[in-house]
Design a protein around this ligand. Structure first.
Ligand code: CP3
Length: 354
């Protein structure tokens, strides 16, 4: 039996060039699917994430429907915070909202009193859900994920979604000691959440630093990159990682910090949004990094010939990298017609799509 280790996704992450790029979509599980909307009726988002049978079924839905080359575990970046006892809810149409934003040095001290190991103890439903998916999928790999320290901090410090993440960026300079305490704790939170998913059977992980593009390169390097390295299991010294599976690192608007997103080679692949053509991204990332991306989610609304030409262009440009994983430049918008996603997968797989 070949197993997920020999799947196209994992081979691409190892840097193996293939005739066709493996394909999956960020947010492939979710509101674009009628079968998802039906299952979610009457269940709050975070309750759904902590119900192993439900989370497993939602994870499997897009794999069955679209024949993508990977499942991405259905959960959310705030789930480990919830498991740590933090008061958080996900408001439909808005995003994560925290009852007690972390604004001061004493807020940080209070928060980090909960040891991240408590999350490991509470992660039974996560390990169980991933285990159900792994048993069902066989050779198709599961991607586990976590929110990077900065993106999690941006929500925690603001108390909810924000445009420029001003309060988080302010804390770095106004109270760097508190910032580093908070980010160190969040890195451990991400690490244990990833570990639970890998223990359950995930074959790769993606660290979402969705909002990293709001940082100056200098701030990214000083206040964020070391913590993201820790989240991905970096050992001090030799640059290797405690994690036993390949690592993808993703952010939006990261053009100015793209080389930094490699995290000194810790990331096997870097996810690129729609703003930067993949051949230009590959030139920056060099010969040791796989690229992931970068179909413009806006084009999912375009007539098929327009979208097909765009997808073909993305695939062509992706050949400039050592290997390419086809994806969107950000998540699937909820209003997307799922048939369009199925068609993109067929096109990427070289099937006849009129
Ligand atoms: O990609 C997948 O299919 C896996 C599941 C996944 C979800 N959230 C499910 C979800 C993943 C990987 C995430 C990560 C996540 N969550 C990120 C990083 C990725 C990104 O989009 O940049 C962020 C920033 C969050 C925080 C968050 N959670 C937001 C901004 C929202 C959207 C709020 C809304 O209603 O528009 C959520 C909720 C959420 N997470 C939903 C899903 C399917 C929608 C909840 C619903 O169905 O009501």
């Amino acid at each position: 039996m070949p197993g997920p280790a020999d799947s196209p996704l994992i081979r691409a992450l190892r840097g193996e060039r293939q005739d066709r790029p493996p394909v999956w979509f960020m947010r492939q599980a979710g509101r674009s699917l009628p079968e998802y909307r039906e299952l979610r009726v009457g269940t709050r988002m975070l309750d759904a994430c902590l119900d192993p049978a439900l989370a497993a079924e939602i994870t499997l839905q897009p794999v069955r429907r679209h024949h993508v080359d990977a499942a991405v575990f259905f959960s959310d970046i705030v789930v480990p915070l919830k498991l740590a006892g933090v008061a958080v809810e996900i408001e439909p149409g808005r995003g994560p909202v925290f009852a007690d934003p972390i604004r001061t040095a004493s807020d940080v001290k209070r928060l980090i009193r909960t040891p991240p190991a408590a999350i490991t103890d509470a992660s039974g439903p996560i390990r169980e859900a991933v285990g159900i998916v792994a048993a069902e999928l066989g050779d198709t790999p599961i991607i586990g994920f976590a929110g990077a320290p900065f993106t999690l901090a941006a929500y925690l410090i603001e108390g909810g979604p924000s445009k420029e993440h001003l309060r988080a960026r302010a804390m770095m300079h106004a109270d760097p000691a508190s910032w580093h305490l908070l980010a160190t704790w969040l890195a451990e939170v991400a690490e244990v959440f990833l570990d639970a998913q890998v223990t359950g059977g995930a074959s790769a992980v993606q660290l979402f630093d969705s909002w990293a593009g709001s940082l100056s390169p200098a701030d990214y390097r000083e206040f964020v990159a070391p913590h993201s390295r820790q989240a991905l299991g970096a050992r001090t010294g030799d640059g290797s990682s405690e994690l036993t599976v390949p690592r993808i690192h993703f952010g939006i608007g990261t053009g100015p910090i793209l080389d930094d997103m490699r995290l000194d080679g810790l990331a096997d692949a870097v996810g690129v949004d729609w703003r930067l053509p993949l051949d230009e991204a590959a030139a920056v990332l060099g010969p040791d990094t796989t690229v992931q991306g970068n179909i413009d989610p806006a084009l999912l609304q375009a007539p098929w010939p327009v979208l097909a030409a765009h997808v073909t262009d993305v695939i062509e440009r992706g050949r400039a990298a050592r290997a390419h994983i086809l994806n969107l430049g950000h998540g699937v918008p909820p209003e997307t017609d799922p048939e369009v996603l199925t068609r993109i997968v067929a096109l990427a797989h070289g099937e006849d799509v009129a």
